[in-house]
Design a protein around this ligand. Sequence first.
Ligand code: ACO
Length: 282
Amino acid sequence: MVDKTFETVKIEREGGVTFLIMNRPEKRNAMSPQLHFDMEDAVDSLWHDEQTQVLVLTGAGPAFCAGQDLRLYFRGTESDPVTQYKAHEASDNWRWLKLTRFPKLTIAMVNGYCFGGGLTQMAACDLAISADEALFGASEINWGILPGGNVSWIMTLLMSYRHAMHYAVTGDTFDGKRAVEIGAVNYSVPLANLREETIALATRMMKKNPAAVRFTKEAIRTVRTMSEVDARDYLAAKSAALMFRDKEGGRQQGMRQFLDEKSFRPGLGDYQRRPSGSDTKE
Ligand code: ACO
């Protein structure tokens, strides 16, 4: 597939891993209206892309994302309500609504500065790997506003109440190692190894049953706000839907390989995926 080209976004591919790159390095990937429009278009263009097995979101140059562009997103649209509205919509759509629902596993690869509104798309990805050297911050307080959009909300989602309050009211920065300690990212590695480690994780995930990965990530996101009773009911329905949607019959393959063939241990690794049709149904 020939990828679309964009003014402020780049798409790169390595095997089944698709890198979606915020590409305004000279502005530390601050999010202009154009970047929001390009990103919404780019995410849409990858939605049904069969080559994409894992989507990695990252930034070009020394930043992941320096937040909303103060000049172009805020000041530049003050007297242009139409563009302001369109930019706000696109901003919410790609950074949260579309990324959180993306059908494949998503990984935020935080290569550098991640400030303000940039935290939203980092949190929207299913997993996040940071460079040790990356610098995070809810800097809004430093210029007299509060963390808006959904940033205050995602801070309390990602970290404890105490940490969310601390980093929001002080605007203190934290590096990749601290981001791991407070639960904002899964792990951090030296910047020099970041891409390699991200590809290693993505490659490991590509060996798993794609329908099970998709349904599992949707389940984990959804049950957070449910009661235990509601979650049980939802998970029963979700499990039934997974069996209906899983074209490779993973449950049957896994059961047979463990119980009959004794060829793997589900506690210790993945079942051997075989093309659909080669499976004998239970
Ligand atoms: N909005 C607009 N322009 C920005 C932004 C931003 N959020 N961040 C960086 N830039 C621009 C700078 O103005 C500069 O442009 P110029 O070359 O035309 O002067 C260019 O990007 C490079 O920025 P520097 O500050 O020179 O780069 P440096 O590497 O020294 O610092 C840093 C990077 C720490 C990210 C700094 O630019 C910064 O503090 N940016 C603002 C971060 C922030 O507070 N983001 C939250 C915004 S609010 C929100 O998202 C809701």
